[in-house]
Ligand binder design. Sequence first.
Ligand code: PLP
Length: 371
Amino acid sequence: MVDLQTQYQFIKPQVDKGMQEVLSSAQFINGPAVKSFQASLEAYLGVKHVIPCANGTDALQVAMMGLGLKPGDEVITADFTFAATVEVIALLGLTPVLVDVLPDTFNIDPKAIEKAITPNTKAIVPVHLFGQAADMDRIMDIAEKHNLFVIEDNAQGIGSTHTNKKGEKVKTGSIGHVASTSFFPSKNLGCYGDGGAIFTNDDDLAHTIRGIVNHGMYTRYHHDVVGVNSRLDSLQAVVLNEKLKLLDVYNERRKWAAIRYTQLLQGHSNINTPVTSGDCDSHVYHQYTLRIINADRDNLVKHLQEHQIPCGVYYPIPLHLQKAYVDTRYKEENFEVTNQLIHEVISLPMHSELDEEQIQFICKTILAYLD
Ligand SMILES: *Cc1c(COP(=O)(O)O)cnc(C)c1O
């Protein structure tokens, strides 16, 4: 699905040199590489504060802790996403409220959000799924109207641009009250281990969060709040510093691959190619995901595997049907789209090193199966 070896070969001299410097200096935690990465990412995203942490799941959890959400508070998020999003809501004793997504973009349905709001609702967590910005204008309007926090889960969307209703281009992760991302190796901006970060424009919230990731410490050995230990290490920051310089190039290559896939596959009656809402900058193709209509998706997966083509089904089970997250309040008729998508979606190989020959082979193999 990804080709991290080839990608490494291109940045090997800089990464190896930077790693050697960390090893020689022995500043493994909070070294200069972490500080420079933080500053570079703030500039890239146009946000006031980036707070690096250990992974994308921690980033979400710490964001929610920073907002002071309390047990009993309801948090609305998408039924169709990676489990980390709902996991941290539940872990903090908050009440997850899962809602349906849109059939074209796979992103959270603003109408379903509005329907799910109760007097206990405190926050909305839109996920920029597969790299495409959720409908942030409508989500921010709903949040303002009902006085809710918006926490963007930007783990899949880093580098994607949302053109807001004023016509301004803003990066995903800079729109809500706070946002999280992941630097897991296969993400669009991935390190060589685990990493994550929280973004916000709110000075007070940034201060609170910086203490939370460091055991609730604002003054050395004074623990004012219950915190966690969540740090990005210097070796990972070296990798991220090099890869951030190339993020737009990587995302452009993903976009090129997506356009080629769509050119070769669109028009087939069994295939729905991805729909991009807004302008083309709003999608960075963390995944290139087709819907297979009136054909056996699972057999297609087998067929591709037999031809040594990796593919993935994201996600095979909606969160509201996962044992850990079942809730008697959910009604199946409110999950029409996710219940359908789980049978139809298939994600094709997607990374910055894909070439024309590989794409043609993958598309030919898919079309041969369907015809
Ligand atoms: C990857 C991912 C996460 C979690 O990130 P980790 O770094 O693996 O903890 C959270 N949300 C979404 C949507 C993701 O894709």
